[in-house]
Design a protein around this ligand. Sequence first.
Ligand SMILES: [Zn+2]
Length: 120
Amino acid sequence: MVKKVTKPQLTILEQEREHTLTELEHLRAELRAELEHDDIDDMASDLIERDKTYALILTLERKLKDIEHAIEQTQTVGYGICEICGKEIDPERLEIFPEATLCVDCKRATERTVHSNAFG
Ligand SMILES: [Zn+2]
């Protein structure tokens, strides 16, 4: 059964998306600046900084994808419904991760799969 989406839930996700986009823009500008002001003497620490910025960008890009996915899910399946088992996601979890589309059990199960893939 499809639950009716209430506006505040979508608003939270959209705000989260806006926030992430702003942050991403900021980080990309920072990374560009770091690349432009390349200082040979300071190469090592520059590289570390750049790596950090780049890692953050990747994290945020992934988060943005999750948020967009959650918005899609909200419009099709309903907000706070687990994609795998169809149960309701713990509201406390949704408060911390509004972009969550899996319940804790399914999330744990997928993480186990990812881990076993990564480590053979
Ligand atoms: Zn589930």
